[in-house]
Design a protein around this ligand. Structure first.
Ligand code: MG
Length: 412
């Protein structure tokens, strides 16, 4: 398959309620939306990079840059036989995983739609409903947190995840357990602590959270292993895991007993599925994380979470919790039993409100393939042992392809 057209849209939507973590307080979400078209089908993807680089190095602007200058030209110059080829074509680009995922997920949707199959089926999903949990940001007071938890439980969610930060931690866990003796709850620290805080984590054990997510540095697995040896509560890694190899190493070291998989964080669905498989083989359960996605990203998460080793409720919640404006026609809702249906239509299985997206986009750009030449057609071939010289050559060729590939037409 040759991609015939790519369009990017930047959407900026207000959140219903500000969302606070140990790293930021967000009132809006800015997302790059990718629309890819080929052989009469259209696929959609959505970036997850937050407003500021507190979670990873990426932001909506770096996502736009990487897609615009490097990723889209490389894809428009290549042949794709299956969605997994996207990762192979982009393998030489380091980092920029959120940018890669934006278009990689759109290409999975495109292939699934072309073949008339649901994304879940194409990925190997086995569930028709996924288990839903909800993530609750840092609240102004413990009373407001407890009230928020009550509200979410009555909406049907099966578990709650509570964000913590220094000063909003031990007493919060204590109050939750005292108020909800049987509630499965977990804590997410977003890397706000160090090994010096081990006494605090030992204190958490008494309140029996189901797990604590990413307590230590975003790029660490060694200290997490040291902490896991000293506490009973299971550690779940999020920020530290970008690849299947990262997962394997963390599991081998004993740094994690659960992994939070976000396709947007790990470069797309191909990488997400690989991490899922590594964890499945090691008997480590996974769950599907969330990044306050709009409808397109949320739909991708629902399909991903239908894979068999997503055994724990994830952060995939109803769209209406976050945004007034929906960009899909069938917003995701949680059922009274705390599950969410996996759409069965082709691809992501929801109607993308394209007219609305075009109307509210604050920035758009369109790309078409370059005029074909034998040189530009040839995609870089994965060769891990390539010499520095050949990598240089390949990069130069991609750069040459880039100037011909990108035929942007700024709309605003
Ligand atoms: Mg997290």
């Amino acid at each position: 398959m040759r991609i015939e057209r790519v369009e990017l849209f930047v959407l900026r939507l207000p959140l219903k309620r500000a969302y606070e973590t140990s790293g930021s307080r967000e009132t809006h979400q800015t997302r790059v939306i990718a629309r890819v078209e080929s052989e009469g089908a259209v696929g959609w993807g959505e970036s997850v990079a937050p407003e500021l680089p507190w979670y990873s190095g990426e932001t909506p602007k770096t996502v736009w840059y990487a897609l615009d200058e490097i990723i889209i030209p490389a894809l428009l110059a290549a042949d794709l036989h299956q969605p997994e080829d996207t990762e192979r074509i982009l393998w030489w680009i380091r980092e920029h995983r959120m940018a890669k995922a934006t278009v990689e997920m759109a290409i999975w949707d495109l292939f699934a739609k072309r073949d008339g199959r649901s994304l879940s089926k194409v990925l190997g999903g086995t569930r028709d409903r996924i288990l839903c949990g909800v993530a609750i940001g840092i609240q102004p007071s413990v009373e407001e947190l407890l009230e928020t938890i009550r509200r979410e439980l009555s909406a049907g969610y099966q578990r709650v995840k509570v964000k913590i930060k220094p000063g909003w931690d031990g007493s919060v866990a204590e109050a939750i357990r005292a108020t909800f003796p049987n509630l499965p709850f977990m804590l997410d620290a977003n890397s706000a602590y160090t090994l010096a805080d081990t006494p605090l984590f030992k204190r958490f054990d008494a309140y029996k959270p189901t797990m604590i997510e990413q307590p230590l540095a975003h790029d660490d697995i060694v200290d997490h292993a040291a902490l896991q040896r000293q506490i009973e509560t299971a550690i779940c890694l999020d920020e530290s895991i970008h690849t299947g190899d990262d997962a394997r190493k963390a599991i081998e070291l004993g740094a994690t007993r659960v992994i939070n998989i976000k396709a947007g964080r790990v470069g797309g669905l191909t990488s997400a599925r690989r991490i899922h498989d590594v964890c499945r083989d090691a008997e480590i359960p996974v769950w599907c994380g969330g990044m306050l996605e709009m409808g397109i990203g949320r739909a991708h998460n629902v399909h991903l979470a239908s894979l068999p080793n997503f055994r724990l409720p994830g952060d995939v919640a109803a769209s209406e919790r976050y945004f007034e404006t929906e960009i899909i026609g069938e917003p995701f809702r949680v059922e009274p039993d705390g599950t969410m249906r996996v759409p069965t239509g082709p691809g992501i299985g929801v109607t993308v409100l394209e007219k609305l997206i075009r109307k509210i986009a604050v920035q758009t750009k369109q790309y078409r393939p370059p005029r074909m030449t034998a040189k530009v057609r040839k995609a870089p071939v994965k060769a891990p042992a390539a010499s520095a010289r050949s990598v240089k050559k390949r990069t130069a060729r991609s750069a040459a392809g880039r100037s011909r590939a990108a035929t942007p037409r700024s709309r605003r």
